[in-house]
Design a protein around this ligand. Sequence first.
Ligand code: ADP
Ligand code: MG
Length: 238
Amino acid sequence: MSFITLNQIQKSFEGQTVIQEMNLEIKKGELVTFLGPSGCGKSTLLRMIAGLVTPEEGSILIDGRDVTNVSPKDRGVGMVFQSYALFPNMNVYENVAFGLKMKKMEKGEIHEKVMSMIELVGLTGKEKAYPHELSGGQQQRVALARSVVVEPKVLLLDEPLSALDAQIRKNLQKLLRSIQQRLGITMILVTHDQEEAMVVSDRIVLLNNGQMVQNGHPHDIYMNPATEFAARFIGHYN
Ligand code: ADP
Ligand code: MG
């Protein structure tokens, strides 16, 4: 059964079609990657699922509910971006605890959840550190912890690792995958990095010029690219 459904989604900016008649189904607990070159519409598609951009045509369902006209905060989605949007004046513990405090959760329960989430992302001992005292990779670990701790129905990640060095990026890919598998969170990852998509995804949705080129298991797309674009982009001929 489909957990997230996109029905005939369409979006244009200034007369230019950016997303064209997009249909997509995502299952609960799946990690689906939107992969494609810069400008192909990945972020726009993700932002429509988040509710930050409104489609002109079509509808979006999350967990059986039509959310097309529902505000971002009422959709049960969390988001992680490329730039670390941490609160600079709060330490690691306070950054991770913030969303739970907003939920008016009891203090002891907050403490337990925050400490176990900090451990899960490998930052035990850094609770009192401030964002400026952390590396880029550590900051993204905090960003991930902060988004996951509130248990979103769906976690949307827009190029969260793209600004990081190769080795740190690899470590965080593993972390992302392990969190997703351990907690069973439905995740949509946006990336232009085919290697990253191959490593972390249950399924890749390959996009070009606002259209879906191919939709399948990473291995299947690699072995059987549907078009020449897919073959080139996935690196079959390289
Ligand atoms: P990607 O994330 O794949 O790089 P985007 O979804 O950001 O692509 O952008 C797709 C296209 O839509 C690009 O041509 C971009 O310039 C355009 N676009 C995105 N957002 C806006 C906006 N708010 N206003 C005008 N054009 C936009
Ligand atoms: Mg983008």
